[in-house]
Design a protein around this ligand. Structure first.
Ligand SMILES: Nc1ncnc2c1ncn2[C@@H]1O[C@H](COP(=O)(O)OP(=O)(O)OP(=O)(O)O)[C@@H](O)[C@H]1O
Length: 306
């Protein structure tokens, strides 16, 4: 993405407080996304990600602030938003009673492909791209969870909207389909120049593709930058993964090893880089069934803000 590309999105001072809730879902959110950028939105459950993107596509009206898509206000130009943004929500698929073939065909119409022949051509191309041709006659409700996810992706891509917003697109997919979808998104971004905004909890997979990330916490944008920039703030920390056998207590680890989580003997911890030389002296690392260490990942950044 060229650094001076025009903006796909300009979000300014966004504020949303649902009636009857104690805290705002989004407060004081401002950021810009350039055309052709691959942007990730991370945040724990309830952090405000879905509320934010629903306002970005004009589905939910903010209580304050503005959202501009390709230079136009999304609330005064609803039709412009429908045509220019493909949004894939995480929730149930709205076109459940249609066949796979019909769902993609009608989506092409909705995005402005008025002629039947053009919409049919688009439908066939999209079904082939997602490998859904063999399911074309099946009703969406009867698909498996993963197949329905692929159909949702197909519908989102139909008619090539320049901006794609995808909420956990690889949920429920098997490993080979996951890889296929990540590759497809990478191609759509790098080869076709589409702007992609990805909501995910999977920071490890997202780190492979995103150029910039925003981290939301309790409705506020608490970090914004390239993964490398954000990771630099944790550079003084090293991430440890240790498996303990049944006889090894957690107390074996010195107190400068900061345990982040433990489950069934698998311990994830952070240690200051300055303490590493002590660790190798204080503990016989070879006694553990498994011991690995690496510098901070985007997931560590995410966890550090959670
Ligand atoms: N329609 C609504 N009415 C009232 N409160 C809502 C509504 N939608 C969301 N909220 C509240 O707003 C906050 C943010 O929710 P939101 O769905 O935006 O979070 P999220 O980051 O997308 O979460 P998740 O990762 O679990 O999908 C939560 O406290 C939620 O309960």
């Amino acid at each position: 993405m060229p650094e001076d590309a025009p903006y796909a999105y300009e979000v300014e001072g966004l504020y949303k407080h649902y009636a009857g809730t104690p805290e705002p879902a989004n407060a004081d959110i401002s950021f810009r996304i350039r055309q052709g950028e691959f942007f990730g939105l991370l945040g724990s459950n309830g952090a405000g990600k879905t509320s934010l993107v629903k306002q970005m596509i004009g589905l939910v009206r903010p209580d304050g602030g503005t959202v501009r898509l390709l230079g136009r206000d999304v609330f005064t130009h609803p039709r412009f938003t429908t045509v220019n943004v493909g949004y894939m929500p995480q929730t149930a698929f709205a076109l459940n009673s249609l066949t796979v073939r019909e769902a993609v065909y009608f989506s092409a119409h909705l995005r402005g492909m008025a002629s039947r022949a053009t919409a049919k051509r688009e439908r066939d191309a999209v079904l082939e791209l997602l490998g859904l041709g063999h399911l074309a006659g099946k009703v969406a409700r009867q698909l498996s969870g993963g197949e329905r996810r692929l159909l949702q992706i197909a519908v989102t891509l139909t008619a090539s909207p320049p901006v794609l917003i995808l909420d956990e697109p690889t949920n429920e997919l098997d490993p080979s389909r996951r890889r296929q979808v990540w590759q497809l998104l990478r191609d759509l971004n790098q080869r076709d120049g589409r702007t992609i905004i990805l909501i995910t909890h999977n920071a490890i997979e997202a780190e492979q593709v995103i150029e910039r990330v925003g981290i939301l916490k309790a409705g506020r944008l608490v970090a914004l930058g390239a993964p490398a920039e954000l990771k630099a703030s944790l550079r003084s920390q090293v991430h440890l993964s240790i498996t303990l056998d049944d006889t090894q207590p957690l107390g074996l680890l010195p107190d400068y090893v900061h345990v982040q989580s433990q489950h069934r003997g698998r311990v994830v911890a952070l240690v200051d880089a300055a303490d590493l030389p002590h660790l190798t002296k204080d503990v016989n690392l070879a006694q553990f069934p498994e011991f690995t260490m690496h510098t901070a990942t985007l997931e560590d950044v995410y966890v550090s803000y959670a």
